[in-house]
Design a protein around this ligand. Structure first.
Ligand SMILES: [Zn+2]
Length: 399
């Protein structure tokens, strides 16, 4: 049990690994919310605490189950992003497998991850599904709220219900976020970035997001809550941005380099090619392409300096759903330089010497994410292979 204080919210709460839960006998979805996997982002933990209290004290009827889980408790207590290791970068398959071995990493980090892992495993073992995972975050810079998703069909169909901007494909640039691990298990799972770490509006955005999520997943009936208030609260911040974006570029901060963004960049702000964005050890870093700046780092730990993103046309999104439906990727292996990487046909091996004409975008269109195998080969993994689509087929949002 730890004590969390917020001056801006004028609140003090006491939380454990389990912030709160609601369980019912009635058939329905199981929702898992995580907050504070980054310890300097307590806003989501406060919001989950509030939402669970409200659902209980107002006796709001629900179908299914809801679990609110806190992330990095020891880092939350200290108010830092993490102690030794970023808890949201430890969820690679190898790491999770080695969780149960003795010789793994720093002890306290390992215990936090092990506990979260066991919690999730036991929820998955107890209920029948469908399962929905929501990970609550905040950012160092000021921003409108937005969603980050791995671009699978189930994630995309579910998240398009929100009046929010959606950024596709962040997992290609990050190693081991919790939600990529859950996605690979086949479930709907994505991140919500509510706003700046200490802003009151981030807390309010988390609350609105949580209620909309419960409605969209079929856990709550919109008639039983003030649905329009929550919807409008998020929608009015979203008005001037596009719906879907994709990530073009990530600037990784070099080890022990002194990195500083130039002042005044707002998230989603348009930038020109060669625009001066930041300095690293005094050297000027410019934009490698035109687009929109995304998640510029203004404080604290982390090695993502900034991202460059661009809006994705709707036509492209529709085409990609169609191509995935007809398994168009089965034809790709007929092209020179492309072959299956394994018998399970969950990944393609692309010889860059031969196949340099096919852009990454073609693969994104078909639901693949890329990992560089070596200088001459790309391994493209299919996000759709693991998806438990059958679990979601009966949901309203899937049709
Ligand atoms: Zn975070």
């Amino acid at each position: 049990m730890i004590e969390l204080q917020s001056k801006v919210l004028n609140k003090t709460i006491h939380v454990d690994r389990l912030i709160g839960k609601l369980e019912s006998e009635e058939e329905g979805p199981t929702l898992i919310f995580t907050g504070g996997i980054h310890g300097n982002e307590p806003s989501g933990v406060f919001a989950l605490n509030t939402v669970v209290d409200q659902l209980k004290s107002q006796n709001i009827p629900f179908k299914g189950n809801l679990y609110a889980i806190s992330g990095n408790l020891s880092a939350l207590k200290k108010g830092v992003r993490f102690d030794q290791k970023d808890l949201n970068r430890q969820w690679t398959r190898e790491n999770v497998r080695s969780l149960h071995e003795k010789e793994y990493g720093n002890v306290s980090d390992r215990e936090e991850q092990l506990e979260i892992h066991q919690f999730i495993e036991s929820i998955l073992a107890t209920h029948a599904g469908p399962f929905y995972f929501f990970d609550l975050h905040t950012t160092s810079s000021e921003t409108i709220p937005f969603l980050t998703i791995n671009d699978s069909v189930i994630n995309r169909k579910f998240t398009r219900q929100y009046p929010l901007s959606i950024v596709l494909g962040i997992e290609e640039f990050l190693e081991g976020p919790l939600l990529s691990y859950i996605n690979e298990l086949g479930y709907v799972a994505f991140g919500f970035e509510a706003g700046q770490h200490d802003a009151v509006i981030s807390y309010e955005n988390h609350i609105s997001f949580a209620y909309l999520s419960m409605v969209y997943a079929g856990f709550l009936d919109p008639k039983d809550i003030n649905y329009m208030k929550y919807h409008h609260h998020l929608e009015k911040q979203f008005l001037f941005t596009d719906k879907f974006y994709e990530i073009l570029h990530r600037y990784e901060i070099k080890e022990s380099a002194k990195f500083a963004m130039y002042n005044g960049f707002r998230n989603f702000q348009k930038i020109k090619k060669h625009a001066k964005l930041a300095t690293s050890n005094g050297e000027i870093i410019t934009a490698p392409m035109k687009g929109h700046i995304f998640m510029p780092l203004y404080q604290g730990k982390g090695n993502d300096g900034f991202f460059v993103i661009r809006s994705v046309p709707r036509l492209f999104l529709r085409l990609s759903l169609f191509l995935r439906k007809v398994y168009f990727d089965r034809f790709l292996v007929l092209l020179p330089g492309i072959s299956w990487a394994s018998k399970q046909r969950e990944a393609l091996r692309v010889n860059l010497r031969v196949a340099r004409f096919y852009t990454k975008q073609l693969f994104h269109l078909l639901g693949y994410r890329s990992k560089t195998a070596d200088e001459t080969h790309l391994i493209m993994t299919n996000r759709e292979v693991a998806s438990k689509m059958g679990d979601y087929k009966r949901a309203d949002w899937f049709k």
